[in-house]
Design a protein around this ligand. Structure first.
Ligand code: SAM
Length: 379
């Protein structure tokens, strides 16, 4: 059996948030004081996740990614990996993590059946790491990366959210990491959405990203293709009340840098890259530097239409099935799971949700999701 949506896309990938808790407070993702979290009783148990994955597999799911919040803060996560890894028709089981707690469990995760790991890493400089993640430390993340290499979970994807005036001066250094080690270094375009407030001034954002365009928003002038915001200034610009919060959409728009611009920056220093075919790379466009072991990829969900190739749905930590990251609309699976629904009943809910998967996100029309933040959705 297969899940095919109204636009002919086969949905064979589930991204499962196993917790809404996170041990980092990345400035573009979560307020310093943390986002609202659900009571533990409302978070899916491992048994419930396992059952949903088995039902998904019967509906044609072949790929599962565990995410969060931070999946490694969920106690006994290795047990969950073992349970999902044991579902024979799931061919690819991976995890997205900030890597901070990875060193101690990478080997157990691999043994339990984790095939691949994506590690989020926005900077290679310790002081910047503190400013961006506001928790943890770079040393432990490096140790996690090393442990994953040793555990054989290669190639390892290193995901970097590129931000103008913050870490855009590191993109060449990041790309170089792919030269000698089996890293797929991937640059993710910043999604300038303050999910927790539902601040949805996306129309302005798209005007900003138009070549040479600029637009005024309140008393802030937004420029395209101009490096107006240094990291320090960005923080200075923040309202004192927000310094403990997270970046707002206007600040993120100022920091936006397109995948195309990053690619040009890398190629201008390291030479042209060859296209590379990476089967497990989903919507990323991948390239290889001359003679490199690994690759360099770009996930350009803002400047490119990647919706046409979307093959995934998400399950939130509280058990809501969500057909599109960027559009509100979810189906509650937890209530039926906890009220004696049969597998067939739940399959029907999956199929109904697939039928309602939107054709594409509507960010360019100013329609941004509200109500949940990224840490609840898993990115
Ligand atoms: N804690 C895990 C981690 O750090 O990878 C998994 C959850 S995190 C929400 C998943 C990914 O979403 C991370 O790579 C993070 O950088 C990315 N992310 C969060 N907010 C984002 C935003 N506004 N724009 C682009 N990527 C974002």
């Amino acid at each position: 059996m297969q899940m095919i949506d109204s636009y002919g896309r086969t949905i064979d990938y589930l991204r499962v948030s196993v917790t809404d808790r996170c041990n980092f407070r990345c400035v573009y993702c979560m307020p310093e004081e943390g986002a609202p979290i659900a009571p533990k009783s409302e978070i899916l148990t491992f048994e419930e996740i396992e059952r949903l994955m088995r039902i998904g597999a019967e509906l044609g799911v072949r790929k599962v990614r565990l995410t969060g919040g931070e999946p490694l803060v969920r106690r006994d996560i290795v047990d969950l990996v073992g349970r999902v890894g044991a579902i024979s028709s799931i061919e690819d089981l991976s995890m997205t993590t900030n890597g901070f707690l990875l060193a101690r469990c990478a080997s157990d995760l691999a043994k339990a059946g984790l095939n691949r790991i994506n590690i989020s890493l926005d900077t290679l400089r310790p002081e910047r790491f503190q400013a961006i993640a506001r928790r943890g430390n770079l040393e432990d993340v490096h140790a996690g990366i090393d442990a994953s290499l040793q555990a054989g979970m290669t190639p390892i994807k290193l995901n970097c959210v590129a931000m103008r005036g913050v870490n855009d001066d590191e993109v060449v250094e990041f790309a170089k990491l792919s030269l000698e080690s089996p890293f797929d270094v991937r640059f993710i375009e910043l999604m300038p959405i303050n999910w927790s407030t539902g601040d949805d001034s996306m129309n302005e954002f798209f005007a900003l990203s138009a070549p040479n365009g600029y637009k005024k928003s309140g008393n802030v002038t937004l420029y395209a293709n101009e490096d107006v915001a240094t990291f320090k200034n960005t923080f200075k610009m923040m309202d004192p009340a927000e310094q403990r919060g997270m970046l707002n959409s206007s600040q993120m728009r100022r920091m936006f840098i397109s995948a195309g611009e990053i690619q040009s920056k890398i190629e201008s220093v390291l030479g042209p890259m060859e296209p590379a075919e990476i089967i497990t790379n989903g919507p990323a466009r991948s390239f290889r530097l001359k003679g490199a072991v690994g690759t360099v990829g770009f996930i350009s969900q803002i400047t490119n239409d990647i919706c046409a190739r979307c093959n995934r749905m998400r399950i939130t930590a509280e058990g809501f099935l969500r057909p599109c990251l960027m559009a509100d609309g979810e189906v509650d699976l937890r209530t039926p799971l906890r009220s004696c629904a049969t597998d067939d009943d739940i399959k029907e809910l999956f199929l109904t949700t697939v039928r309602h998967k939107p054709k594409e996100h509507r960010l360019e029309d100013g329609i941004a999701p509200v109500g949940r933040n990224m840490s609840q959705l898993g990115g």
